[in-house]
Design a protein around this ligand. Structure first.
Ligand code: FAD
Length: 552
């Protein structure tokens, strides 16, 4: 069981949001706002205020909130992104903005600000990025200069520029990262403070229903009580402390955007008749444009859910797991939305059909909250350590666990995911022997292989849990155990093939002495190729299940 909301409260919350959006955010009104490039501030305030009170979900009960956990927030984020990713960004920016307070604030600061968020429905913004400091936050230039009074620090004067801040032009309250003499530190700044200005909204590719603006701070005075945590220099640690959590939120955005597009493509293909039958009956269509995307999104979901449960069980920050979840879910969301445009043909390419907008929206998810390349680096560095510390056993051991699972619950893809892990262990070992991770390209590509293999394992475990009735009660109910098993087998084949074949490409491409025949043997290419048997039949079954769902 996860902590946070009980099952009924979560279900009711999600239903309320869907009902609200059906009434107030119709597809046409969303398309109109997108065309007008308008962030509907009033609506976002209603959602975060007396109307819906979404912000209460992530505020602890002691401060007047509902005390939702990570799992609840994942479900909420996906549901919001399914409706509109710009609105989701606007609502969730308040959550992100309040994180430095929740994580780094003193009990007094938490009480003051979180209670105000709960009671007044204030909108917040999170001000970390700067023109010169994006992925590399340590390059931060904004300064916080102490103002002394009677020999003690009475406050700070903050000066600098922030870039690409969600809700930047409309928030009531901002958390701002600035360099104090003791190092990077978070400060709370209120809208309207002297010297503080939000820029004009950016003209963006997507999420046009979300306000994004630069901020300018010129000698903005904040009293010392607004230094979060009462100590300078904790800012980067405080930002790091919630990455596992916040990256899961964006992972959920990828799932929501991806499924919003894919569901439209599935529906469309039942209605569009070409060459004598609906497109949904054409294998060349479904097995390329629908099925692999469903499998990839569900693999990412399995990883999101496992990680959310672990964070709720206080297993730590799980930054690497958050990175894996974000990486696969957002990349899968982008691929799915792109395929949905293709699935609608010429119609998909026009602004009248919402898949075109969804594709532009979901594009942001591989950029904000850490780019995909930074995720690859985070994943690869951490798992490289695990490989080194265990003398190469790490992924072989995980493969062993999957083999035990496969013996207990067959046909859920666990045996094939185990092949991916064995292969991965050997790819990493070859990289170690040939010292290949000195090449940044190799290191980052390993990050991708790791994400695929770990998500394949996760989906196999989720399919097994669904089969034996032990799936988390708050888990997404989209698919039954039979369909999950089919999707898991499909994704595990993709992951194993990717690890084995990309592994060879990487090692042969970077190492001088590698023998291709030996590598094929070491990386287990023959069993990985054999495991592709039955793929087409599984894709047929997955198609049937995806379309039955629509009929149901
Ligand atoms: C719509 C939108 C909303 C946003 N909202 C917020 C917000 O609310 N608050 C906030 O603080 N920030 C926000 N951001 C900022 C966002 O988090 C950054 O854009 C992101 O972290 C990337 O930073 P950057 O744009 O400076 O790109 P850069 O860091 O310059 O990266 C450019 C490219 O280089 C790659 N790259 C960077 N470093 C390396 C490296 N060491 N090795 C290899 N490749 C590398 C990146 O992956 C990327 O492909 C938002 C951005 C957008 C576009």
């Amino acid at each position: 069981m996860s902590s946070g909301l009980d099952d009924d409260t979560l279900r009711l919350t999600l239903e309320t949001i869907r009902d609200f959006s059906k009434e107030r955010l119709t597809e046409q009104s969303i398309l109109d706002l997108d065309a007008a490039d308008e962030a509907p501030e009033g609506l976002i305030r209603e959602m975060c205020g007396d109307g819906l009170g979404i912000q209460l979900l992530f505020i602890p009960e002691e401060y007047g909130g509902m005390g939702g956990g990570t799992f609840d927030v994942y479900r909420l984020c996906e549901a919001m992104a399914y409706i509109d990713l710009g609105i989701a960004t606007g609502v969730l920016a308040t959550f992100l903005g309040s994180d430095p307070i929740s994580v780094g604030g003193t009990p007094e600061q938490q009480k003051e600000w979180l209670s105000r968020l709960a009671n007044e429905g204030l909108l917040m913004a999170y001000g970390a990025t700067e023109p010169e400091a994006g992925s590399d936050l340590a390059a931060l230039r904004t300064t916080a200069t102490p103002v002394m009074k009677d020999g003690a620090v009475a406050g700070y004067r903050i000066s600098g520029r922030k870039q690409w801040i969600s809700n930047g032009g409309i928030a009531d309250l901002y958390t701002i990262l600035a360099n104090a003499p003791g190092g990077p530190s978070w400060f709370v700044v209120e809208r309207g403070a002297d010297g503080f200005e939000g820029g004009k909204p950016e003209d963006k590719h997507g999420i046009r229903l979300s306000n994004t603006a630069a901020l300018t701070l010129e000698d903005v005075f904040v009293p010392v009580e607004r230094l979060l945590g009462d100590a300078e220099g904790l800012g980067l640690q405080q930002a790091q402390a919630v990455f596992g959590y916040t990256r899961l939120m964006v992972a959920a955005f990828g799932l929501g955007g991806g499924w919003a597009a894919l569901d439209r493509a599935i529906q469309y293909s039942t209605e569009r008749v070409q060459a004598g039958g609906p497109l949904s009956t054409k294998q060349g269509y479904t097995h390329k444009l629908i099925v692999p995307h469903a499998a990839r999104l569900e693999a990412a979901r399995a990883y999101v859910e496992e990680t959310a449960l672990r964070i709720d069980a206080q297993e730590g920050n799980l930054n690497t797991e958050g990175a894996i979840a974000k990486y696969l879910a957002t990349e899968a969301g982008n691929l799915a939305a792109d395929a949905a445009i293709q699935a609608l043909g010429g119609y998909g390419y026009t602004r009248d059909y919402i898949v075109e907008k969804i594709k532009r929206d979901v594009r942001i998810t591989t950029i904000y909250e850490g780019t995909s390349e930074i995720m690859e680096m985070t994943i690869a560095r951490d798992r490289w350590q695990a490989h080194m510390k265990t003398r190469g056993r790490h992924y072989h051991d995980l493969a062993g666990e999957l083999e035990t699972l496969a013996a207990r619950v067959p046909e859920i893809g666990a045996d094939v995911a185990a092949l991916a892990f064995h292969s991965l262990a050997e790819v990493l070992e070859q990289c170690r022997l040939n010292r290949l991770t000195r090449n940044q390209h190799v290191l980052l590509r390993l990050g991708e292989l790791i994400a695929y293999a770990e998500c394949a394992a996760s989906l196999a475990r989720r399919a097994a849990a669904a089969a034996d009735g032990s799936l988390e009660s708050k888990a997404d109910p989209r698919f039954d155990s039979k369909t999950l098993a089919i999707l898991s087998r499909i994704f595990a084949r993709e992951a194993a093939l990717k690890v084995g074949e990309e592994g060879i490409r990487l090692v042969v491409g970077a190492a001088e002495a590698a023998s291709i025949v030996d590598l094929q043997e070491t990386f287990g290419l023959a069993p990985i190729h054999s495991a592709q048997r039955g793929l087409l039949a599984d894709m047929d079954k997955a198609t049937a299940a995806l379309y039955e769902r629509l009929a149901g």
